[in-house]
Design a binder for this molecule. Sequence first.
Ligand SMILES: N[C@@H](CCC(=O)N[C@@H](CS)C(=O)NCC(=O)O)C(=O)O
Length: 232
Amino acid sequence: MIDLYALTSPNVQKIFLLLEELELPYNVKLVDVWKGEQFLPEFIKLNPNAKIPVIVDHEGPGGKPYTVFESGAIMLYLAEKTGRLMPKDMAARYEAIQWLMIQMTGVGPTFGNLTHFKRFAPAGNDYSVSRYQTEARRLYDLLETRLGASPWLGGQEYSIVDLATFPWTRNHDAHGVSWSDHPHLARWFGAISERAGVKRALAKVDAIVSSRDTAAADDLDRIFGRGRYARA
Ligand SMILES: N[C@@H](CCC(=O)N[C@@H](CS)C(=O)NCC(=O)O)C(=O)O
């Protein structure tokens, strides 16, 4: 059995998607990051970086419990554990890993910062909005070009790379990007959306009640490292 420490954000959605796709049994343990539960000592023991997602695999290597944090590492771990959703051939596998790294280091941080500056930051951050909007558009175009040359983001096979990137593209409208001028992304997004495991995962995420929209000013200051929490 696997424990998944989670709430609703895209990095967490990735792991719901993967666990459902792999049909592995798991328990969801909610960590309300909007209330600061990621900073509780018992959670820091699981992830010193104080972020979700985290998994605890009670049948880890050697039959012992094993904890994994960082969504990309969790996906690689579950792919290796099951022998699924990553190419077996080394060259193909490293091609996929390169695109996984683009999601982890480019798509996730850029789209996340774009949402932050558009939705949560006080007004007057035009430079930041412009910087992240421009980089987000560049990354959408990169994914479009990739999917024009390859059926899936990782290469010839559907893989964890598709499941890692998909949740970040669900907000493409809010990112100011339309599928009408990204036909390859539209084809890819539609195909993933139709998968049974993806539908099950998104239904589970939708059923989780997050306190994001009701968070108090101090809760927002804590998660965003501002106000009395700022260290600048
Ligand atoms: N690189 C990490 C990022 C994880 C992350 O940013 N998690 C967010 C939710 S999506 C979180 O826990 N935020 C709480 C905080 O920053 O205090 C991963 O991919 O797992």
